[in-house]
Design a protein. Structure first.
Lengths: 275, 286
């Protein structure tokens, strides 16, 4: 446990010192500031509606930005340390491989999740202070969804990082994964598949498997669950599972996926040569 | 204590270790020598549980790969190339001390005895230190923790003469405590530190021999040199050894274990040497 905590702490402090973390925090903090500046706290149709619109816009932006940020910064962690020669020394110390790997993952999760959450939390606190209504239930759901999304992509990142023998290969793999998942979002490739009348089961399975898709749908369904916004596949799934069922699925599935990918990555890491 | 039983390691198609069998016993101070690509580092990485391999590596019956925490808790390691760690030195020490369950102050004491001001480097990123400072820090971590197996890859390569002297003294203090494995591709660098030489060639053990164990690792020799004439290149070489003097008269200290290396350097300037006195001046402190 001591080694696990030390490994997590080490990764957190290393990340806090890194330039990518500064940039990453500024991007998410900047998004919230910009959304405030451009007045997205107000609905054009319904008038003033509190923070809901800001949160849903923020979460939509997170779908696009967060996964690639998480992937790019994570894939370098194992492959980069291996190539730089960090492993030869650090893993000569009496640290269990499980403690090192999972400590790194938990540490990395902390640093990728916190700025995203703090930007959102800061907006909520500011709204509370300014006596603008804060939809706390939405806030909680979005927080849980962000945890789920971050964890799943962190798991993918750790898997790619363990499998790739060089950071360049890892980065290319991460970018391809992100691109594929983005393309299989409901409104893009899935839309084409529906139009081309591919089997419904296949389309639904792809939509269900894609954590980006489940995150996006779950984020929207509490706010604007219409087919034109959700996309056809998500609309069908939502109709089957119902809002609560879909929400539960959207929270649990990425967690399962991320944990599965990270576990696979750990097996590869443990089985192969370390340096 | 340590057994390598028909250990082989292959990278893609290249066989880097080829059925290596060795037994290392308590009290062995081993020079692991061989040219580049002989398999020294691979053998060490197998011992550290960092590589997978065919055969068996056992440390008191335990496989390092599957009993990492137990086995590595007994091993102090100094790599040849320091890792490019961005963390401050203090954090590295804190991490190492915590996972090794040792007192960071013991590590600090060794670092300071090697002539490095810990207070000055504590907050500096490890990667920004000079080669010698990095080496001293890693030696401090390896020797400042309780370990009975020391594995050092060219450990004194970047040390100045004074730090080498302290380093040899520290090694002398632990000479019979356990096993010391020092790699080098030059035997003269480490000959005086060891009582056994293992030479590797093309992944095999080419030579495994005992050597006379008479050099006092903590000793120092006072050296006085007289030359036929002043020579700038020779003066520079002596300056690197910390000698003082000018023109034709020079004097300085040579660490006992460094005498072979010193005489090797001297041999390049034989024609210039008119007089040489080497006198053991400092008794063993071990």
């Amino acid at each position: 446990m001591r080694a696990f905590l030390r490994a997590a702490r080490l990764d957190i402090t290393e990340s806090l010192r890194a330039r990518w973390f500064m940039f990453y925090s500024m991007v998410f903090g900047g998004i919230v500031v910009l959304l405030f500046v451009f007045g997205l706290t107000e609905s054009r149709i319904l008038g003033f509606t509190g923070l809901s619109r800001l949160l849903v816009t923020y979460i939509q932006l997170c779908v696009a930005i967060l996964p690639i940020f998480v992937l790019i910064t994570t894939v370098r962690s194992v492959a980069g340390d291996r190539e730089a020669g960090v492993f030869e020394y650090m893993l000569s110390l009496p640290v269990g491989l499980a403690a090192w790997y999972w400590g790194k993952m938990v540490g990395r999760f902390t640093v990728v999740f916190l700025p995203v959450f703090l930007a959102m939390g800061g907006a909520a606190l500011w709204s509370e202070y300014s006596e603008i209504g804060v939809p706390w239930d939405l806030f909680m759901v979005y927080t849980a969804l962000l945890v789920s999304l971050s964890w799943s992509f962190l798991g993918f990142g750790m898997l790619i990082s363990s499998a790739a023998r060089s950071p360049d290969v890892a980065q290319t793999g991460a970018f391809l994964l992100w691109l594929v998942l983005l393309l299989f979002l409901d409104l893009i490739l899935l839309g084409i598949m529906v139009r081309e009348q591919l089997p419904l089961e296949a389309i639904v399975a792809i939509a269900l498997a894609n954590p980006l898709q489940s995150f996006r749908t779950a984020a929207i369904l509490l706010f604007d669950p219409q087919m034109v916004v959700l996309g056809p596949a998500a609309y069908v799934i939502l109709d089957e599972l119902g809002p609560r069922g879909y929400l539960a699925f959207a929270l649990a599935w990425p967690l399962v996926l991320g944990t599965g990918a990270a576990t696979w990555g750990y097996r590869l890491f443990r089985r192969g040569d370390l340096p | 204590m340590i057994s390598f039983v028909t250990v082989s390691k292959t990278f893609k198609r290249a066989r880097v270790l080829d059925n290596v069998s060795l037994d290392l016993a308590k009290g062995d101070r081993i020079a692991l020598v061989g040219s580049n690509g002989a398999g020294k580092t691979t053998l060490i990485r197998c011992l550290l549980g960092e590589y997978t391999y065919d055969g068996k590596v056992l440390v008191d019956g335990l496989e390092p790969r599957t009993n990492r925490a137990q086995v590595l808790a007994r091993m102090g390691f100094v790599p040849q190339i320091p890792p490019p760690l961005k963390m401050p030195v203090g954090e590295l020490l804190g991490f190492a001390a915590s996972v090794c369950r040792s007192d960071p102050q013991d590590m600090v004491r060794v670092i300071e005895s090697l002539g490095l001001e810990y207070g000055r480097i504590r907050k500096l990123p490890f990667v920004k230190l000079s080669g010698g400072m990095k080496q001293k820090t890693l030696i401090g971590i390896a020797l400042g923790r309780p370990s009975d197996i020391l594995i050092m890859d060219e450990p004194a390569a970047n040390l100045d003469p004074e730090a080498r002297h302290v380093f040899f003294r520290l090694l002398a203090d632990r000479r019979d405590d356990g096993i010391m494995l020092i790699t080098s591709h030059r035997l003269d660098e480490v000959a005086s530190l060891v009582n056994r030489v293992i030479e590797m060639d093309m992944g095999k053990v080419a030579l495994d021999d005992r050597v006379a164990d008479q050099v006092d690792m903590a000793s120092r020799l006072l050296c006085r040199l007289t030359m036929n004439r002043a020579d700038a290149a020779f003066a520079r070489a002596l300056g690197e050894w910390g000698f003082s003097g000018s023109g034709v008269e020079w004097s300085g200290w040579v660490n006992g274990p460094d005498r072979l290396r010193f005489l090797g350097m001297l041999s390049r300037y034989t024609g210039l040497v008119a007089g040489l006195e080497l006198k053991e001046a400092e008794p063993c402190v071990a």
